[in-house]
Write a protein that binds this ligand. Structure first.
Ligand code: COA
Length: 316
């Protein structure tokens, strides 16, 4: 088995910023409540001329440029999302068309909610092992503002839109990337109904229950990834967590005594962007040169499904 490393990253977020004060004009809430309970101060919501495909394409272009890889070198394209513009064609097929990716490659969407980007990275490694091309395009993108229930103050304040992308490279001389993944089928705690139901297609969540799940899942993923890879916290250059709630991240870093310079939060700016949140962090970290060639990053995701996962991946 060959292994993958991240060659380049990119991101794109909508122009419109929605502050906590803006939210307080819509539902009975306050900046104080939202920022103290979640860490969120603002989020981006799509406006005129923006959609999931356009965000994905922009993020992907940036990732290709940062990787120095041409579209025709891509061997597979996966978009992790729960909010694609159309069920068919997939967002990945639309990205393929816009970027001019090859036609003899698989392009598809992957639905694993906030863990989607992690599942997609692992899937990409498997695909590239069987591909004559060595580069893959993995995108995490969401347009969650169109799934928001504006009458539910417990959820509408949480979610934002955005896209992050990574170009990965697969080589014989790189070992497979350690990955742990899990699912627990549950349609009560976190739910977005689809066309097969009579319910409106809006997000509903039992926040406190999901919070309890997350504070167990995150440390579990860290421990499993470290054990599987035979590494310690000291061996990891950066920890990248799904940005769902700042308090979930704080509890995990305290438990593992992860120093402040080894983790990062951007939830204050984007809210919870589900599958986009991890690649958004990766792209900001790379741009700020907090990670670069040779950096070993431990990624942890969790979310609806329920789903969870962790991986330890390097930058090429
Ligand atoms: N503004 C003001 N008050 C609010 C509010 C808001 N936006 N949303 C809920 N409240 C109220 C509730 O009505 C409740 O009031 P009551 O005590 O009078 O009934 C009170 O605040 C506490 O609500 P609760 O839902 O128990 O709050 P919480 O501390 O659990 O925080 C979340 C809510 C959503 C921030 C938190 O549960 C969370 O982050 N959960 C995990 C989210 C997550 O990770 N989701 C995605 C997985 S990818």
């Amino acid at each position: 088995m060959k292994g993958i490393k991240i060659r380049g990253t990119g991101r794109s977020v909508p122009v419109k910023t929605v502050t906590n004060q803006d939210m307080a004009a819509i539902v009975d809430t306050s900046d104080e409540w939202i920022s103290s309970r979640t860490g969120i101060q603002r989020r981006r919501h799509c406006g005129e001329g923006e959609n999931l495909t356009s965000l994905s394409v922009q993020a992907a272009r940036q990732a290709l440029e940062s990787a120095g890889v041409r579209p025709e070198e891509i061997g597979a394209c996966i978009v992790a999302t729960l909010s694609a513009d159309t069920l068919v064609p997939s967002a990945a097929c639309l990205v393929q068309r816009e970027l001019g990716l090859p036609e003899d490659i698989p392009c598809f969407d992957l639905a694993a909610a906030c863990t989607g980007f992690l599942f997609a990275l692992h899937t990409m490694e498997c695909l590239l092992n069987a591909s004559p091309r060595k580069y893959g395009l993995v995108i995490g993108a969401e347009y969650l503002s169109r799934l928001i229930n504006w009458e539910d103050r417990g959820t509408c304040i949480l979610f934002g839109d955005g896209a992050g992308a990574a170009v990965v490279e697969c080589r014989e001389d790189w070992g497979t990337v350690p990955a742990v993944m899990g699912c627990h089928g549950d349609d009560k705690l976190l739910r977005v109904p689809g066309p097969g139901t009579s319910e409106p297609c809006l997000i509903s969540m039992e926040g406190t229950q999901v919070f309890k799940f997350a504070v167990e899942a995150v440390p579990w993923c860290i421990r499993q990834v470290l054990e599987t890879s035979g590494k310690t916290v000291e061996d990891v250059d950066f920890f990248v967590f799904h940005q769902a709630n700042a308090r979930i991240i704080d509890l995990a870093v305290r438990k593992y005594r992860i120093p402040q310079e080894k983790y990062y939060k951007n939830i204050q700016d984007y809210g919870n962007t589900s599958a986009a949140s991890i690649p958004l962090v990766l792209s900001e970290l790379q741009e700020q040169k907090k990670v670069g060639s040779g950096s070993r990053v431990l990624l942890v995701g969790f979310g609806g499904g329920l789903t969870w996962g962790g991986t330890l991946i390097e930058f090429a």
